[in-house]
Ligand binder design. Structure first.
Ligand code: NAP
Length: 519
């Protein structure tokens, strides 16, 4: 039997009492390690995090907590090679895809450390944030209302999806710890090893106060039952699990604050007038092919629908297919391979099932099944070639606007005109991101604003940013991550906006002397 990874709760490493769930190499099929959360003292774990971890974090200044993030970043940097090896083994990713997760995590931590240091300079010894100016509540200015933001005196339970075991942890933990809130992370089981190792390295380095960071690997059973009124829950995963969470008593009855990042039918729009061969056209082609293949399409922000004017449908199909044909798929240990595996057999089965469904309403423009796998067995590995589907019946093909296939799959959709393309983007019922390609600044700005209400982020690509834009699917900590409706209605990152979730806002109504004495 493979090694059983312990959990870290209440300041101790504790193994589950069950036999555990095995984690596999998705390329070779080898069993790697096991995780198990059976029999853990969850009430004790949450109480320790809340009382011991929370109290110590809240006693620190923002500057001191920013220093904790600096320390964590240094530890992760030191062990970076080990994380690349774990990601290769357990997620089946090529180096470039591992970088999105591991280096993305280190970069995000670094940003929050810098922003935290800047807040630390303005807050000094003050352990809360001022929210706006004091406003007078009576004719005389003596009695006023000052809004403040104080760290919530609870724990942040962070439940993550399998696709970002590194970044998923730190993009949530960085703003939480900077806010003074302890974190209990529950990673997606299939890839939990990398998250567990990162927590282990940070714990071993002795950077954080006891109780500030805990990890439970394996089943989520019982975790939500522990949540109390001042705790917060940050969830990333499917809309189905999100619905279960929203109905849980902690949320429905105890008003536990919840942030949900769920699935999304993100789109890329080519504005009318961008002819084949134009720079805007080429930028769209490059981005679509990249988004379909980075992390084998297992990105919540990946382009799923490509909305183009009907007169260039054929040209786009041809150009994207030509790029996809050059993508070598297989074992990431082979230097020639550009796209690795899906994370598990369950994901492979889900992608095949989703593809079969979409194919009932679309034509196959580039068939992933025709890719010969490099150094990987098609029967046992979880490697899947990229598939481009297409439809000229944009309105009738409802599944295209409804079904998220979490893999290297996108659908090209022919649109009548720009209003039609914008309406189709909104048929995703709220998405994380849409990207728009064109050369006319006025038309691009108009499209961006038209998409803003139904998308958390609008990524506009024009020739002037060809070499500098950050990529449709890359989540930058400076920008908001999250989207309305189907995307979960959540908000993460967005610079210091992320701290709002971990603070409680209150209005303090008092005389000027008292407000002056707040600090
Ligand atoms: P999932 O099945 O919903 O699982 C997500 C997490 O929730 C996992 O840690 C899972 O644990 C846990 N979980 C499952 N049932 C639960 C329950 N009843 N109560 C509490 N937690 C529970 O999603 P996934 O398959 O891991 O991830 C793929 C999905 O996530 C895709 O739909 C993708 O679009 C979405 N996603 C969204 C974002 C975003 O930022 N919006 C980012 C990444 C992924 P186990 O692993 O142990 O089942």
């Amino acid at each position: 039997m493979s090694e059983l990874l312990p959990n870290y709760i209440a300041g101790r490493w504790v193994a589950g009492t069950g036999s555990g769930t095995p984690l596999f190499d998705p390329v070779t099929g080898d069993e790697l390690v096991r995780v198990d959360a059976t029999g853990l003292d969850l009430p004790g774990a949450f109480a320790f995090a809340r009382d011991t971890g929370g109290a110590q974090l809240r006693a620190m200044t923002y500057a001191q907590r920013a220093e904790l993030l600096v320390g964590i970043g240094a530890v992760l940097q030191k062990h970076r090679d080990a994380y690349y090896a774990l990601s290769l083994a357990n997620s089946g990713t090529v180096k470039n895809d591992t970088a999105v997760d591991v280096d993305g995590a280190i970069y995000t931590l670094g940003q929050y450390a810098r922003w935290g240091a800047a807040i630390g300079q303005s807050t000094g010894e003050r352990r809360f944030l001022l929210d706006g100016e004091a406003v007078k509540l009576s004719k005389e200015p003596v009695f006023q209302s000052q809004h403040v933001q104080v760290p919530t005196p609870g724990v942040a339970l962070c439940i993550n999806a399998f696709n970002f075991p590194a970044w998923g942890l730190w993009e949530k933990a960085a703003p939480a710890l900077l806010s003074g809130v302890p974190v209990i992370v529950k990673p997606g089981t299939a890839t939990a090893w990398l998250t567990q190792r990162m927590v282990q390295d940070v714990v071993d380095a002795g950077i954080l106060p006891p109780g500030a960071l805990s990890i439970v690997c394996g089943s989520s059973a019982g975790l939500l039952d522990q949540l109390q009124s001042f705790d917060v829950l940050s969830f990333t995963g499917s809309a189905e699990t999100a619905a279960v969470i929203r109905r849980h008593a902690a949320v429905a009855e105890r008003s536990v604050r919840v942030n949900i990042e769920a699935d999304s039918l993100n789109s890329a729009l080519l504005l009318p007038g961008a002819a084949p061969g134009s720079e805007a056209f080429e930028l769209l082609i490059k981005e679509v092919a990249r988004e379909m293949t980075v992390k084998s399409g297992q990105k919540c922000t990946a382009i799923r629908r490509v909305l183009v004017p009907a007169d260039v449908y054929g040209a786009v199909a041809e150009a994207v297919s030509a790029r996809l044909a050059k993508t070598t798929v297989g074992n990431p240990r082979n230097e020639a391979v550009r796209m690795g595996a899906l994370v598990s057999r369950a994901q492979k089965a889900a992608v095949h099932e989703g593809l079969a469904l979409l194919k009932t309403q679309t034509e196959v423009l580039h068939d992933g099944a025709r890719h010969a796998l490099v150094d990987a067995d098609p029967a046992t590995s979880c490697c899947v070639g990229p598939t481009l589907l297409g439809t000229r019946d944009a309105d009738g093909a409802n599944l295209v606007h409804d079904t998220e296939v979490f893999g290297p799959v996108a659908t090209l959709v022919a649109c009548r005109d720009l209003p039609h393309a914008l309406a189709l983007a909104r048929r995703g019922q709220g998405s994380l991101v849409a990207s728009v390609y064109g050369a006319d600044a006025g038309a691009l700005a108009g499209a961006a604003l038209a998409l803003a209400a139904s998308h958390g982020r609008v990524h506009v690509v024009s020739p002037e940013v060809a070499a500098t834009h950050s990529g449709h699917g890359n989540v930058m900590p400076q920008s908001l991550h999250g989207g309305p409706g189907r995307a979960g209605g959540g908000e993460e990152l967005g610079g210091l906006r992320a701290l709002n979730f971990y603070h409680r806002r209150a209005a303090i109504q008092a005389g000027s002397a008292v407000l002056g004495a707040l600090g």
